[in-house]
Design a protein around this ligand. Structure first.
Ligand SMILES: Cc1cc2nc3c(=O)[nH]c(=O)nc-3n(C[C@H](O)[C@H](O)[C@H](O)COP(=O)(O)O)c2cc1C
Length: 260
């Protein structure tokens, strides 16, 4: 089948998933479009027959981040568009992320034809997987792009290149979020509203951006990376310091990036 465009749809808090998606589309050596669907207001692009769809998300608690799952589940139906599943993870595990992502996009008519789990710097437990993805991780992304493009060129339809096994369990692992959320120092916050505009869940009131609605916040930390003043931070005090230290110890051994 002829593929004319690699179209990546990305959910990202700290930016590593966006970088991995860009790397994949570059390695495809096709015209590409990369869309960041993270902000609540951002829409998902439409897909057509000669597109290669790329769904790139981080694993949160071994699951698809809830705001991404909700948005992708509302995509218009397509008919057999090939899809690549890219999952970043912070050197712990992806658990059921691929199964959930495959179920969501397959229900909209996409056909998963390849995928990879790519280790990236843990955005919350920041002492884990520093400097990743590195060259070894990115080589997995490049090899996946080359393989998917070569296989699709040889088959009449995506169904002929479909993945036969997708890792993960059903029902998916339960994940209720984490206890830590972002906040801003009200003394130094300039109330510019950038954080509110990029939040995927509307957890930040543009009129009072120094506070966060913790029931809505999914701790993606997009607000922290987007804050032009650098005054947003993960509010966790000693409990966060202890959680990071324990996690760093538990997840110290290097985990691989791998194709599925
Ligand atoms: C709320 C939350 C939950 C996470 N859960 C996991 C997990 O279950 N397993 C894992 O290996 N990494 C986990 N991570 C780490 C992210 O998957 C990883 O840092 C990813 O690269 C973040 O992508 P981003 O930079 O595009 O935001 C989690 C990160 C956050 C913020």
């Amino acid at each position: 089948m002829d593929i004319s465009v690699a179209k990546a749809v990305v959910f990202t808090g700290a930016g590593t998933t966006l970088a991995v998606a860009r790397r994949f589309t570059e390695a495809c050596a096709l015209p590409s479009l990369v869309t960041d669907i993270t902000p609540l207001s951002a829409g998902v692009p439409t897909f057509c027959a000669h597109d290669l769809a790329v769904f790139a998300i981080p694993s949160y608690g071994g699951r698809v981040p809830a705001p991404a799952a909700e948005k992708l589940a509302r995509m218009p139906l397509v008919d057999g568009v090939p899809a690549v599943l890219l999952v970043t993870y912070g050197n712990r595990a992806v658990d059921d992320t691929f199964a959930e992502l495959a179920d969501i996009v397959s229900a909209r008519g996409f056909v998963p034809v390849g995928g990879a789990a790519v280790v990236a710097h843990h955005s919350l437990m920041v002492d884990v997987a520093k400097g990743r993805p590195d060259a070894e991780d990115l080589a997995v992304v490049d090899a996946l792009a080359a393989d998917v493009c070569a296989r699709l060129a040889e088959v009449p339809s995506a169904a002929d290149a479909a993945l036969t096994e997708i890792p993960g369990n059903r029902p998916y692992r339960a994940f209720g979020g984490v206890a830590f959320h972002a906040a801003a120092d009200p003394q130094t916050c300039t109330r510019c509203g950038v954080c509110a505009s990029v939040c995927p869940t509307g957890a930040i009131d543009p009129a009072d951006p120094a506070s966060t609605d913790c029931d809505r916040c999914v701790t993606c930390l997009r607000c922290v990376s987007a804050c032009p003043e650098g005054v947003r931070f993960v509010d966790g005090g000693e409990a966060l310091v202890a959680a990071r230290a324990a996690f760093a110890e538990r997840c110290a051994p290097r985990q691989p990036s791998y194709r599925i």
